[in-house]
Design a protein around this ligand. Structure first.
Ligand SMILES: Nc1ncnc2c1ncn2[C@@H]1O[C@H](COP(=O)(O)OP(=O)(O)O)[C@@H](O)[C@H]1O
Ligand SMILES: [Mg+2]
Length: 475
């Protein structure tokens, strides 16, 4: 993280010299001028440390300092004082001030005190990060990858770990994009730095902008306190931009600038600050199609996709399913609190055949639910959701003829399958093509599509989910 220090000193010469002394690579100094509302202004800063003259603390000072400590994520408070009121110095420290510094202390000592306050804070933050990480520190080695496809994939990933290049991770929802990004971060040279994830599809535009780049107080209505953006927070670490395809146009422009200049400016701010971050972005959307539609900037795409990794959907690497099932039964056992140790052959078979539109995430949910329902030590077919249990027969594994192939060119494998499978397969394919075509015509309007198809909107909606048709893709 980038260290921020705010100075609010009554002696501008001291402030200037101190600033010169400490403003080095990872410390950004802001000076606040004395004024009636100085304390108010201070409480609205987001910083790691604040150096303030005793004269600027409203009386009663001890209570003011106590209140300061109640601020969310309160900066460390260092008080500079001219008086010799030792009693008050002790009381201020007891109230939470990180240090009280007398007038006769040299500039050098002041600076080193400040650095030690900052590094103590960093250590605390690191410790917190470490305990969190110990629980769920994803590694490439425990990325389940039994299938040949995934083994080849992991080998490619290993080659980009040590570099600093931007990564673009593609794949359907639930295939493991975020987990992969974390694994790359925690295996690489930035592992001691933070990994900050932000979902570009989940927030309204102004909020997203401030999450990304931070804002100064008063930058917009409601910006009461200044705030750091994820690029500042991720200094020396990684920023993971999830659902990058949803990033609104004007933020695409801003993001591109940050990537090019390697510096950020907070919303409403005047200074740009250098940041050192590795950027990884992910999406389940077809960015090339978005570019063609003018919804995603090509120049940003090139910046982000220096290296593109595409995680295949689970149904294209079914050899991973068994291992995933076993891994997650073991992982979830203590969390779910059920003595489930395995899965019956018929249930495993059903799992192996299902098409998993929600990929690994869906598989984990199915297992968790099944473990809760299981009566004995093994998951049975009855414990699986209907869609998985009655799902699909081995048919799925057979190559299907390409869409558009004439129907009398049926590949020989089809003739080896039961009629009911072939029929369902054919119906599904036509159903999907029909709905897709209609959605294209209605530009993704579900109501109109349902009306034209003569279907209930609800059942259309369910079919769209099943076939992974998203209305946004047709706009
Ligand atoms: N190869 C894998 N091995 C083990 N767990 C995985 C694997 N891929 C994904 N997961 C798990 O599946 C869930 C969904 O992964 P996530 O990275 O959130 O997917 P996405 O970001 O692509 O939607 C997470 O709990 C993740 O840990
Ligand atoms: Mg995700």
């Amino acid at each position: 993280m980038l260290n921020r220090v705010v100075l609010a000193l009554d002696r501008t010469d001291v402030a200037r010299r101190l600033r010169k002394r400490v403003e080095q690579d990872d410390v950004v100094v802001t000076e606040l001028k004395n004024g009636a509302d100085i304390w108010d202004k201070l409480t609205r800063q987001s910083a790691d440390a604040v150096l303030v003259s005793r004269t600027m603390i409203p009386d009663p000072a001890v209570q003011t300092v106590e209140a300061w400590e109640e601020l969310p994520d309160a900066p460390a408070l260092m008080v500079l004082t001219d008086d010799d009121n030792e009693d008050e110095h002790v009381q201020l420290q007891a109230a939470g001030a990180a240090a009280v510094v007398g007038a006769r202390v040299s500039l050098d000592s002041m600076a080193s005190l400040l650095f030690s306050v900052l590094s103590e804070r960093d250590e605390l933050a690191q410790e917190r990060l470490a305990t969190r990480r110990a629980l769920t520190q994803p590694r490439l080695s425990d990325f389940v990858s039994t299938s040949g496809v995934m083994q080849a994939f992991v080998r490619t990933v290993e080659r980009v770990i040590d570099s600093n290049v931007s990564l673009l991770i593609l794949g359907e929802t639930g295939v493991g994009k975020e987990r992969l990004a974390q694994a790359v971060h925690y295996e690489g040279p930035r592992k001691t730095g933070p990994f900050i994830a932000i979902n570009c599809g989940a927030l309204p535009e102004t909020l997203l902008e401030s999450e990304l780049f931070g804002h100064e107080e008063g930058a917009f209505t409601g910006a009461i306190r200044s705030r750091r953006g994820c690029f500042e927070l991720a200094h020396h670490g990684t920023v993971f931009l999830d659902e990058i395809g949803e990033l609104p146009h004007h933020l695409q422009v801003k993001l591109l600038r940050v990537l090019q200049e390697r510096e950020v400016r907070r919303v409403g701010g005047e200074r740009s600050i250098k940041v050192d971050v590795r950027v990884m972005a992910a999406t389940n959307r077809d960015l090339k199609a978005l570019i063609e539609q003018g919804l995603f900037r090509q120049d940003l795409y090139y910046r982000l996709s220096v290296m593109t990794l595409e995680i295949p959907p689970l149904r294209e690497r079914r050899e991973d399913i068994r291992e995933l099932v076993r891994t997650y039964i073991d992982y979830l056992r203590p969390r779910v609190g059920r003595d489930v140790y395995g899965i019956r052959a018929d249930a495993m078979h059903a799992m192996a055949q299902y098409r998993w539109p929600g990929n690994v995430r869906e598989l984990i949910n199915v297992i968790e639910r099944a473990m809760l329902l299981a009566e004995g030590e093994e998951i049975g077919l009855v414990d699986l959701p209907q869609s998985v249990a009655v799902g699909r027969e081995p048919s799925e594994m057979i190559m299907l003829p390409p869409p558009g192939a004439a129907l009398d060119d049926l590949p020989p494998e089809w003739l080896e399958r039961p009629w009911k499978d072939v029929r369902r397969e054919a119906v599904e394919r036509i159903e999907r093509a029909y709905l897709k075509g209609l959605l294209e015509e209605t530009k993704g309007k579900v109501g109109e599509t349902a009306r034209r198809a003569g279907m209930q909107p609800r059942s259309l909606f369910e079919k769209m989910q099943y076939y992974q048709l998203r209305k946004e893709d047709f706009r």
